[in-house]
Design a protein around this ligand. Structure first.
Ligand SMILES: CC[C@H](C(=O)O)C(=O)SCCNC(=O)CCNC(=O)[C@H](O)C(C)(C)COP(=O)(O)OP(=O)(O)OC[C@H]1O[C@@H](n2cnc3c(N)ncnc32)[C@H](O)[C@@H]1OP(=O)(O)O
Ligand SMILES: [Co+2]
Length: 133
């Protein structure tokens, strides 16, 4: 893994949370982006080498909607940047981790991503992501 690329935080409303995190971080949100396939709207804040990704559900079947229903707002996932997502998925699978996708899927911020099931990662949802060149 190259670095923590972002920390995902589930929020009910970006219009409430963006100003809150701008105050907290003293940094402007540099991008908002919808990811239709995930039924999420994202908002990004750069923090040194890593980012904060706020996630609002845009549909009832969104993983974020389900998370908010069950757990409320809060930490949702940690995303690690990898150099070769296919090789990393193969390595992780061989190590016994449960991949939630057979092939990488489109992420926000020009990435392709894959998630690991939290049941094998001490209850932390892990995302691996690679920049789309
Ligand atoms: C890709 C766009 C963007 C990006 O960075 O580019 C994103 O990050 S999008 C982020 C939203 N999308 C996802 O999270 C996709 C991956 N997540 C999933 O596939 C599901 O959320 C899954 C499989 C983790 C859970 O879905 P399920 O339908 O099984 O929900 P349950 O509520 O039944 O959960 C089962 C079990 O997992 C625990 N859980 C759920 N979410 C999390 C979480 N974020 N962190 C830790 N644990 C989580 C939940 O508590 C249940 O545990 P149990 O002990 O059985 O109660
Ligand atoms: Co993410």
């Amino acid at each position: 893994m190259l670095k923590v690329e972002h920390i995902g935080i589930a929020v009910k409303s970006l219009s409430v949370s963006i100003p809150l995190f701008e105050k907290l971080l003293d940094t402007p949100c540099y991008k908002q982006e919808a990811v239709e396939s995930e039924q999420v709207q994202t908002a990004f804040f750069q923090q040194g080498e890593t980012k904060i990704e706020l996630l609002e559900a845009t549909g009832p079947d969104s993983a974020i909607a389900k998370f908010l229903e069950k757990k409320g707002e809060g930490m949702h996932h940690i995303a690690f940047e990898v150099a070769d997502i296919y090789a990393e998925m193969k390595r992780l699978q061989q190590e016994g981790f449960v991949l939630l996708q057979e092939t990488p899927k489109k992420g926000a911020d020009n990435k392709q991503v894959c998630f690991l099931h939290p049941k094998n990662t001490n209850g932390v949802l892990i995302e691996i992501c690679q920049e789309v060149k």
